[in-house]
Design a protein around this ligand. Structure first.
Ligand code: HEM
Length: 400
């Protein structure tokens, strides 16, 4: 079995659209990832995705950004923004645990710090299923921890959240509850389409847990990188960050440019189900693996210019290239949460429509934190994870 690497921008775009390349990044994490959306293929994937995408119908984003999100953010900040000196990564997890569970369809029951701690711990334990493929040591204790975490997640959080939703769906079917009063989350959508999806119970638990993972780690990674880029840019030019965040369209450009430079999933992995030809003419026989390098593609100088590796939120990009590059993937598995987290992603030449523009959660969180006085902590420089080849912050001390 040979491994083929694809890293030029347009080759990556093309490879992600090849239907005979099947997801393989999570092959060792089947314990959680088996048959969840991102590992499905072909008709099964199409059917589940078309059901789950229905969550974004009607005015989902407008209601989310105007009503749902501000309340969730305020709740978290009231509870956890309690000291002057904090680690932004930790605060980011507090925020994203709350936002991601709400989107997945898991309720807070007690609303206590202990409960939020348990949800954060479960996120870390469950998340090991997505990265275990890269782990070289004895995997059995990790598999056991993931198994226990799935059981705890199911019993403590999934079952009560499902019971509440089943009651509301019943009321909706009886005509006593309006469309607007139904929760807007993945679990509700899955339960409403239960007959058509025929998902076993244990798969529904894992699907909801997968959404929780997919939304959290990626967003925290992005929040910390984008904040760092913003603070550094402002410091180098002697601009107050409050000036940038006062114009959220501008701040959104900063966030998208940071997403391009620091994709939270640097690679997509696929296996050829049948022989395929890559866009450079290379033939990949069935069974071979293809590593699609999103991070390198995002720094392709032929697309982003000679300064492709530098942070420049005012960059002009020709053609139909997203300012976030390939960070949200492409083709059949293109990120379903993209507009939620990044907002309306305009190409360089497109004009924003003021009445119908979303900024995305990362822009809105950074805006709120800067407006509440967040700045870098001059006595404690931020640190990256030294042992990791990846571009990941270990801690990001800030002051309020
Ligand atoms: C900055 C944040 C995020 C980044 C960079 C990101 C990136 C990605 C990428 C690269 C993929 C494709 C993986 C592949 O092709 O193998 C993906 C898929 C996915 N993402 Fe995201 N994601 C982010 C946030 C979110 C959020 C907030 C949600 C949910 C609300 C989400 C839900 C999903 C789902 C469900 C899929 C699978 C789609 C499918 O297989 O059809 N993501 N994401």
């Amino acid at each position: 079995m040979e491994i083929h690497r694809v890293s030029h921008y347009y080759d990556v775009e093309h490879a992600l659209r090849l239907n005979d390349l099947k997801q393989s990044l999570y092959d060792d994490g089947k314990i959680l990832m088996d048959k969840v959306l991102v590992t499905l293929h072909g008709d099964e994937h199409r059917q589940r995705r078309s059901v789950e995408s229905q969550l974004f119908r009607r005015n989902f984003f407008r209601v989310y950004e105007n009503d749902v999100f501000p309340e969730l953010l305020n709740e978290t900040l009231d509870q956890f923004l309690t000291a002057q000196s904090l680690d932004l990564k930790e605060l980011g997890y507090r925020i994203m645990v709350h936002l991601s569970l709400s989107f997945a369809g898991i309720d807070r029951i007690e609303g206590t710090v202990e409960e939020a701690d348990a949800q954060h711990r479960l996120l870390i334990q469950l998340g090991q299923a997505a990265t275990i493929g890269q782990f070289k040591g004895d995997r059995e204790p990790i598999y056991q921890e993931i198994r226990d975490a799935i059981t705890e997640f199911r019993e403590r959080f999934f079952l009560p959240s499902r019971a509440r939703r089943l009651e509301l769906i019943d009321q909706h079917r009886n005509g006593t509850l309006s469309d607007e009063a139904l929760p807007r989350d993945i679990l509700t959508i899955l339960l409403m389409h239960d007959t058509e999806l025929t998902m076993p119970d244990e798969l529904m638990v894992r699907e909801v847990a997968f959404y929780y993972l997919a939304a959290s780690h990626t967003s925290v990674h992005t929040l910390v990188h984008a904040t760092h880029e913003l603070l550094t840019w402002c410091q180098q030019r002697d601009i107050a960050p409050t000036e940038i965040v006062a114009a959220p369209h501008q701040l959104q450009r900063f966030v998208l440019e940071s997403m391009r430079l620091h994709p939270s999933s640097p690679e997509a992995w696929r296996r050829a189900e049948a022989e395929v030809t890559l866009s450079d003419g290379k033939v990949v026989p069935a069974g071979d693996k293809v590593v699609i390098d999103l991070q390198t593609a995002n720094r392709d100088v032929s697309v982003f210019g000679d300064d492709a590796a530098a942070f420049n939120p005012h960059r002009a990009i020709e053609g139909r290239v997203s300012p976030a590059g390939m960070s949200f993937g492409g083709g059949m598995h293109v990120c379903l949460g993209m507009n939620l987290v990044a907002g309306t992603v305009l190409r360089h030449t497109e004009e924003a429509q003021p009445d119908n523009h979303q900024f995305g959660t990362i822009t809105l969180i950074i805006k709120e934190l800067i407006e509440r006085g967040m700045r870098a902590n001059p006595d404690q420089p931020p640190e990256k994870i030294a042992a990791s080849e990846r571009d990941v912050w270990a801690a990001y001390p800030v002051l309020f």
